[in-house]
Design a protein around this ligand. Sequence first.
Ligand code: F0G
Length: 456
Amino acid sequence: MPQTRFEPFRIKMVEPIRMTTRSERERLLEEARLNVFALKADDVLIDFLTDSGTGAMSARQWAGIMQGDESYAGARSFYRFEAAVRDLTGYPHVIPTHQGRAAERILFSVATRPGDVVPSNTHFDTTRANLEYGGVEPLDLVIAEGRDPRNRHPFKGNIDLGRVEALLRERGERVPFGMITLTNNSGGGQPVSLSNLRAYRELLTRFSKPLIIDACRFAENAMFVKLREPGQGGRSVKAIAQEAFALADGCTMSAKKDALVNIGGFIALRDDRWVEPARNLLVLTEGFPTYGGLAGRDLEAMAIGLSEVLDEDYLRYRLRTAEYLGEKLLAGGIQIVEPTGGHAVYIDAREFLPHLPPEQYPAWALCAALYLEGGLRGVEIGSVMFGKRLEDGTETFHHAELVRLAFPRRVYTQSHFDYAAEVICELKARAASVRGVRITRQASQLRHFTAEFAWA
Ligand code: F0G
């Protein structure tokens, strides 16, 4: 039997990639002050910066775009979108937003107070920043295995229930709800098992706390459950995803991931406790409740994407893509977060660049080197993203130094991944020559987007 799992789609429209040389890239990276967020996308050969909003829509979605109803209030496209979200989640209250962080900001504004604390497996950076902005403490309580890049636990996104219980006992009155990220993006794109989700639900119920899912990659998570969790192999991915939502009370969603669209998001809620204030805030900052900062055509595309993403041939190919690149890197002696997650491969930059101390931001330095070496753009998940410069001038550092190569959905083919693997393995052979970096300018929030660097 042929073993190659090919891309389960044909390509109908193409976008050229402009080739660059190493000397051009050296100049371009200097101009970007060594920050790949400041590069022009046209100057990147293979863009693994994010899987967010970068996917290719299907012919069906583009056809849906033409059918978008742009009425200000009560558009047909909204009702299609609402029905798709209700069918998937079972939550009656559906609030569209322009992307995930708008959903977070609105929900947190109405459901938290300064001094609260919100546990999750790992909060994504915008989630964390939105909580902190409201004076709320985000707590990352992923299981210990989830912090160990080599540990091959099948559900490294699981939340540590013992630590959640301790939190609820000690500071329960300041916990407005529990959260969980499916899959655990900042922890390596690792899945959460249904049994962990069930136990989390039961624990929160004992303390009368709601559970909110950060659902960005719910379909990839459900496919992992199907492939890895005992007793789940015979169920449809849709049924697994529906069960996950049924265990919670609501979700925030960035549709730029598993709704297969370039822009969009939503809040969906089971009961009405936060609905009215959330809609009021929505009208103030996003738009009327039946479009929430989006065009009717975006709602139409989301409705279609939410069903397409549950195609199991697509999801098998999707998870296999990460596994395939991961296998090539491991074979080249490169430590990655194992096993590979759903949407990305994470390279352990400490292992790749053991000569660089934390103060020289090894994961940031590796990102810069990957761009110079082969025009690849990844993202640092390390101390620039999660560390801080304190008022006394000292620094805090993140527990891991990772470079995430995230894969746009339905965009790159196997040979793009073969090329990426070659570039990374060739760089590994000369790793000792990779230079560290230092920060020359930074903002106080989400500093990685705009910080400027020089070689250390
Ligand atoms: N939650 C998770 C788990 C995410 O990965 C993201 C975005 C968001 C929330 C926010 O959604 O971008 O639509 O506002 N992650 C992107 C990434 C940006 O590259 O991982 P958004």
